[in-house]
Design a protein around this ligand. Structure first.
Ligand code: AMP
Length: 395
């Protein structure tokens, strides 16, 4: 594999990467950086945890050079949390340069964001709704954008941002570089790419849509009414540093948080109904180790980069197979080891089979030794299929 130097990155960036402890480029970095440095449009197929943020941030910082008092790069991301993370990454990788990064997202007041735009931003990292809002109020102009980065586009479409995103793309000058990153590259993504990108180079860094290779993941079959007991038993028996528990609904997230709180574990919750300051506090507390357990809906499944998550537990089998890859991708990030457990009840069989089809292999079934199963757990994939549960999205 090539080195960062061979990819054409400048000396100051090489020094930053050295200080970050990155020894060699990840596949998405090795494949995308040379094209981005050439000014080419790129479609990057990569899930989080693959180093995709550095893949677009490093060459973009190099191309932007130094401060110019007008926004030249716009990064659109689906969630506030991801926006904060991308902002942090740009600041870290660009610490040697005098480029200014401005972060715009909803759920908070306008004053600070407007002020920071007025002070002169080179790079804007934004969620679509707030950016459009600020554009309508004439606080931000996009006619000087040279590089447009659309991150986690599949997620933005999934969250219903297609109209805002399309409008924003049209507000940017036609003469620009466009980089589109998405975990899945399906027809709806290619439809956008067709009109928004020019002769893009497609860089596929998904390891065959498989999950991060350092994650060992297992399914724990159990009747649904025993999931709660099994979750607590797993927490008690597992030697974990930090655990991210995913639930399908906000209500489940709240309930499970209450349960876990009644044990000796410190716990916080993150979902769309929590106020922005509560979500930020939960995340910061989880990152700092104040909370050992974070219970979250999928809003936290993508993009979040929390170092040292040792375990992910899916309380439900995700009903969209890609979500499974994203969820377990929260652990085992960039060469760290991780484990992911999925609690699986018979009514979720079709969802589990969809995940196994996506991964092209079965996931190992496990039984928790010493757990008082009321019914023998369903260990085989070939067990009779149950009814398809309704598809629900409740974040
Ligand atoms: P991302 O996929 O952009 O969310 O990045 C996942 C994690 O990998 C982040 O914590 C990065 O700091 C880290 N990372 C990115 N590139 C590298 C690299 N080349 N070597 C080691 N870690 C990296």
């Amino acid at each position: 594999m090539s080195t960062f130097q061979e990819l054409g990155l400048s000396e100051p960036l090489l020094r930053v990467l050295d200080s970050c402890g990155y020894e060699k480029p990840t596949p998405i970095q090795a494949n995308a950086i040379p094209f981005i440095l050439q000014g080419r449009d790129v479609i990057g197929a990569a899930q989080t945890g693959t180093g995709k943020t550095a893949a677009f941030a490093l060459p973009t910082l190099q191309r932007l050079g130094s401060h110019a008092s007008r926004p030249r790069c716009l990064v659109l991301v689906p969630t506030r949390e991801l926006a904060m993370q991308v902002d942090e990454n740009f600041k870290r990788y660009g610490s040697h340069a005098d480029l200014r990064v401005t972060l715009l997202y909803g759920g908070v007041g306008y004053h600070t964001q407007v002020h920071s735009l007025k002070a002169g931003a080179d790079i804007i990292v934004a969620t679509p709704g707030r950016l459009f809002d600020l554009w309508e109020r004439h606080h931000v102009h996009l006619d000087s954008i040279e590089v447009l980065i659309l991150d986690e586009v599949d997620r933005m479409l999934d969250m219903g941002f297609i109209e805002d995103v399309s409008r924003i793309i049209r507000l940017c000058p036609k003469e620009r570089q466009t980089l589109l990153f998405s975990a899945t590259v399906e027809k709806s993504i290619l439809n956008i790419a067709e009109w928004a990108l020019r002769d893009p180079e497609i860089v596929d860094a998904r390891s065959g849509a498989t999950s991060a290779e350092t994650v060992a993941h297992y399914v724990y079959p159990v009747e649904s009414y025993q999931k709660y007991d099994l979750l607590l038993a797993l927490l008690a028996k597992t030697d974990f540093k930090s655990v991210l528990v995913f639930t399908r609904t906000k209500r489940d997230a709240d309930r499970i948080t209450e349960w876990v709180r009644s044990t000796s574990h410190s716990v916080a919750t993150m979902h769309a109904d929590r106020a922005q300051n509560e979500r930020a506090e939960a995340l910061t507390g989880f990152k700092s180790g104040k909370y050992q357990v974070l219970v979250a809906t999928d809003i936290a499944a993508r993009g979040l980069d929390v170092r040292g998550i040792s375990h992910v537990i899916n309380y439900n089998v995700p009903d969209h197979p890609e979500d499974y890859v994203h969820r377990i991708g929260r652990t085992g990030r960039a060469s760290e080891e991780g484990e992911a457990f999925t609690l699986f009840s018979p009514d979720e069989l079709l969802y589990l089979q969809a995940i196994e089809r996506l991964l092209c292999r079965p996931i190992e079934r496990r039984k928790l030794e010493g757990f008082n199963y009321r019914f023998a757990p369903m260990m085989g994939t070939s067990a009779a299929a149950a009814n398809t549960p309704a598809r629900r999205r409740n974040r």
